[in-house]
Design a protein around this ligand. Structure first.
Ligand SMILES: O=C(O)[C@H](O)[C@@H](O)[C@H](O)[C@H](O)COP(=O)(O)O
Length: 258
């Protein structure tokens, strides 16, 4: 697969500037893709990301973004009921999606029943099937090599151990290239049962925005230094690329060892 883009990074002095930049980046791409093709496909993760998107819920974005043209996906999801506080779907619904006008049918959550039953493998299979159907319906194009779905923008966070999505260090999921979506039942970050898009799918996105704020324990800062200074490929997030742009937004603490 084409590894096409260099890592770019921007560092922000305050959380406010960080969130404003996230909103600007997302709104700009939303306008671009809605104009060019009439829809915008966006992939979310869990973690702090949803909080950092808060500026999109304010003027001028809340009223100017063409929410009705958004199609929303999850790069990874915890295998639990949609009502469980652990659910990334619930996190995004409560904190973001329910506050804007994205049509229900454009929100592609993990299968409700299967997730409630805790069947991670089946949840991954069903999510991949959902993506394959959207390719057939021409909502998602395939990547230039014809192997993976291509999203417009993925918005993600990195864990202190350098994981992204539910691709964790020293776990086999990072090497999966046949599947579009895989599962893990022993995630080092709780809860243990999760599904995740695979690395080639993540890297087939046109734009990838990785947002990292350190909680001042220095763990994220160490992983960021490992990625930017040493290209330490033991850290899953070091593998992140994109077809057009790979952008890292860091707060001061996350960038403190660069
Ligand atoms: O389901 C999850 O746990 C997330 O999708 C996960 O991949 C997250 O994005 C990172 O762990 C960063 O999380 P924080 O922003 O909370 O550090």
């Amino acid at each position: 697969m084409a590894e096409t883009t260099q890592r770019k990074r921007e560092v922000f002095a305050t959380k406010n500037e960080f969130s404003v930049a996230m909103a600007k980046y997302t709104a700009h791409l939303s306008a671009k893709f809605c104009k060019e093709k009439g829809i915008f496909t966006v992939v979310l993760s869990g973690g702090g990301l949803i909080d950092w998107l808060c500026k999109l819920l304010e003027s001028p974005y809340k009223d100017s973004v063409e929410w009705s043209k958004w199609h929303v996906f999850w790069v990874d999801e915890r295998v639990c009921s949609h009502e469980d506080p652990d659910s990334n779907y619930k996190l995004a619904m409560d904190g973001f999606i329910s506050k804007v006008g994205i049509p229900k049918e454009n929100i592609y959550a993990i299968d409700k029943q299967c997730a409630a039953d805790g069947d991670a493998e089946r949840c991954a299979t069903l999510y991949e099937e959902c993506l394959r159907n959207l390719v057939k319906e021409k909502i998602l194009p395939l990547s230039p090599n014809g192997q993976y779905p291509q999203f417009d923008l993925q918005l993600q966070g990195m864990g202190p151990d350098g994981h992204m999505a539910s691709l964790f260090p020293k776990r086999p999921q990072i090497n999966e290239t046949d599947k579009w979506v895989t599962h893990i039942t022993d995630s080092p970050k709780p809860p243990p049962r999760r599904i995740t898009m695979t690395l080639p799918v993540i890297n087939s996105s046109l734009y990838n925005l990785m947002a990292v704020c350190d909680d001042n324990t220095d763990q994220c800062a160490r992983s960021i230094a490992g990625i930017f200074k040493n290209n330490n490929l033991d850290l899953p997030a070091a593998h992140l690329t994109a077809q057009v742009e790979t952008m890292w937004y860091l707060d001061k603490a996350a960038a403190s060892l660069l």
